[in-house]
Design a protein around this ligand. Structure first.
Ligand SMILES: Cc1ncc(COP(=O)(O)O)c(C=O)c1O
Length: 367
């Protein structure tokens, strides 16, 4: 890889992770789920302020397990935002439930409350809120009331939101019956792959633990009173995760500084609109923008060794779903949304270069 390249994202491990893995391997051979996994779960539960955390192999399966533990079944409808990673709808599609796409708020890109309320039918069993880039729906309290009144589950896909809070300073992902996080490579902390379900509900905790471990109540035996599968974590990942969690507060500061720096440098470029972030609560995971002439800008940046990524296309227009509907906001993101280089370790000089190159594109190249 050319060292001059400014990538859109990259994970970040240091000597601490390397040493911790070497040390663990020299002292123990049980590198599948064991004591380090338990320790990592306790750290996450404590950090987000819930009773239970269950870690699994990724942040898609964590959503699937949360839904299954709520009793969502084939044929049930689950409301999801039309702007999110495809994992959100796929997590319920996988077992035959039907994702129902609803458009998002223009400023937060999170599920629009009124549109979600209108989409509820007699088959609706859950709403999955996605905290896009750590932001939350403006009507989060109304969502809670709506779900209570209609007797449907509120599940949160907080894959992008570790380190972000609601306005009452409760951690994002803890408002509903269960929340889900991802530790894939692009996230603020990573274990390579990995996901977590967080909940205060003892029954959901017990069900998820069984579902992820072949349907048995405890490990190390072959007694199965329910059907379950193997969605387990490993202690090697947990060792990585424990070290990464020690760096989370530092990385939150970096992410907020990156946002401030971009905001400052981009404000003079009228063709680029940065999504607002309230840094009191929100740790922006990626720098998300709407840009004019996106494809030419992407190519120009690439020629200058700068790599970006178009934001998620509207889900209803993905070939995999291809479902009708009028989704103005998510369509606009699909046409113009662009993630700029956003990794935690990006330097000030690199951010300067990205913004100067964007400015050159609009001021010189396009004239
Ligand atoms: C909003 C959202 N949901 C779910 C996922 C899936 O997580 P994983 O890649 O760990 O399966 C992601 C991953 O990027 C995501 O951004």
């Amino acid at each position: 890889m050319n060292s001059k390249n400014i990538l859109q994202m990259k994970p970040w491990y240091g000597i601490e992770e390397k040493n911790a893995i070497a040390e663990y391997l020299s002292e123990d051979v049980f590198i599948t789920e064991y004591k380090k996994t338990k320790e990592f779960e306790e750290i996450i539960a404590d950090y987000v302020g819930v009773k239970h955390c269950i870690v699994v192999n990724n942040g898609t399966i964590s959503l699937t397990l949360a839904s299954l533990a709520c009793g969502i079944s084939p044929g049930d409808e689950v409301i999801v935002p039309n702007y999110t990673m495809v994992a959100t709808p796929n997590s319920v599609k996988m077992f035959g439930a039907k994702p129902i796409f609803v458009d998002v708020e223009e400023d937060t890109l999170c599920l629009d409350f009124n549109k979600a309320a209108d989409a509820i039918s007699s088959k609706t069993k859950a709403i999955i809120l996605v905290s896009a880039n750590g932001r939350f729906s403006k009507n989060i309290n109304e969502f809670k009331n709506l779900c209570n009144n209609k007797n449907i589950f509120l599940i949160e896909d907080a894959a992008q939101s570790l380190g972000s809070y609601y306005s009452d300073f409760k951690h994002v992902g803890t408002a509903g019956i269960a929340g889900s996080f991802s530790f894939s490579s692009a996230k603020i902390i990573s274990t390579g792959q990995g996901g977590a379900i967080v909940t205060n509900n003892d029954e959901i905790n017990a069900k998820v633990r069984k579902l992820k471990d072949f349907g048995r109540a405890t490990g190390g035996n072959d007694i199965h009173d329910t059907i379950g599968y193997n969605f387990k974590f490993t202690d090697l990942q947990a060792v990585l995760g424990i070290e990464q969690m020690k760096k989370l507060e530092f990385r939150k500061k970096l992410k907020k500084n990156i946002y401030k720096k971009y905001k400052n440098l981009l404000q003079g470029i009228s063709q680029v609109t940065l999504y607002e972030a309230d840094l009191t609560y929100n740790t922006p995971w990626f720098i998300d923008t709407l840009v004019e002439d996106r494809e030419n800008l992407i190519n120009y940046l690439k020629k200058n060794n700068i790599f970006t990524r178009p934001m998620y296309p509207p889900l209803n227009k993905q070939k995999a779903y291809n479902s009708p509907g009028n989704f103005k906001i998510s369509n606009a993101v699909g046409d113009n949304g662009l993630w700029l280089p956003s990794y935690s370790q990006i330097s000030d000089n690199e951010i300067n270069k990205v913004c100067e190159t964007i400015s050159n594109f609009y001021n010189n190249e396009k004239k």
